[in-house]
Design a protein around this ligand. Structure first.
Ligand code: SAH
Length: 248
């Protein structure tokens, strides 16, 4: 076999996630713990025996396709958000989503593994994956080999600093009502997401205009202030789809 062979992979599963749009998704897993998702195995892999023993592990590696970054125009050098969008590093020194092969890699905490209506699911906590993401492989996280105490983090040596988030009274009430109706802790989820400052690094950060991002079928409206971000209100997407898309 030559070194230049092309390989193709089967999709083994699909992600169901609160992140229904790329904008807002944290830049790595484990940063937004309130984010829950499920990984559904698709036929012919939708068999519990493929996961036998996985419940003994707390975390898995997920290899997936950046299916919403499929443009064929990867660049040798990219500007990681952690360098403020100013400095460039090599594509292979970065976790950029546009790559020669659109493959992503995330380590996530797992919850229940279960079967429902002939479908097989793994609960995921703190993932950074878009709803509908195709998964090509799952492997258990092996602490003895995967934890590297002396590892160096290059241009991202520590987690990014967090923004302070406040909620308008209207948004607070909307989050309370939403929690009562769905059980979802929306206020915590929004706080964890926005505190990461999802704005693209090329934007002028002194522009205090309103933004929106999507969770499930909700459009979360928020606005940067001088020393914090304020969550203004929350709109069901059916009324606000067009308006929301103007923002990004
Ligand atoms: N942990 C992964 C992802 C890092 S990039 C890795 O290192 O490979 C994180 C970004 O990927 C998120 O901000 C989100 O916008 C983007 N993303 C997540 N799922 C995606 C998908 N299916 N298609 C395109 N982009 C996706």
């Amino acid at each position: 076999m030559s070194f230049h062979s092309n390989y193709s992979f089967k999709t083994i599963g699909i992600i169901h996630s609160c992140y229904t749009q790329k904008f807002g998704i944290p830049r790595q897993p484990g940063l937004v713990n309130e984010a829950t998702a499920t990984l559904e195995l698709i036929p012919p892999f939708n068999r519990m025996d493929t996961l036998d023993g996985l419940d003994q592990f707390s975390h898995i590696w997920i290899q997936f396709i950046f299916h919403e970054c499929l443009k064929d125009n990867w660049k040798a050098k990219v500007r990681p958000p952690r360098l403020g969008g100013k400095e460039k590093v090599g594509i292979f020194s970065s976790r950029a989503t546009y790559r020669p092969n659109p493959l992503g890699l995330s380590v996530v905490k797992i919850g229940k593994i279960y079967q429902q209506d002939n479908k097989v699911f793994i609960e995921l906590h703190g993932s950074d994956l878009l709803n509908g993401t195709p998964v090509v492989d799952i492997k258990p996280y092996l602490p003895y080999a995967d934890i590297i105490q002396e590892a160096q983090g290059g241009f991202a040596p520590a987690p990014p600093s967090l923004k302070k988030i406040i909620f308008s009274e209207r948004a607070q009430k909307q989050c309370r009502d939403y929690k009562n109706n769905t059980g979802r802790n929306l206020a915590t989820l929004i706080t964890e997401i926005l505190s990461q400052d999802p704005r693209p690094s090329y934007l002028h950060k002194n522009n205090l205009r309103q933004y929106g991002f999507q969770l499930w079928d909700l459009n979360i409206r928020w606005q940067p202030q001088e020393n914090h971000f304020e969550v203004m209100h929350i709109e069901p997407m059916s009324n606000s789809k067009e308006e929301a898309s103007d923002d990004f």
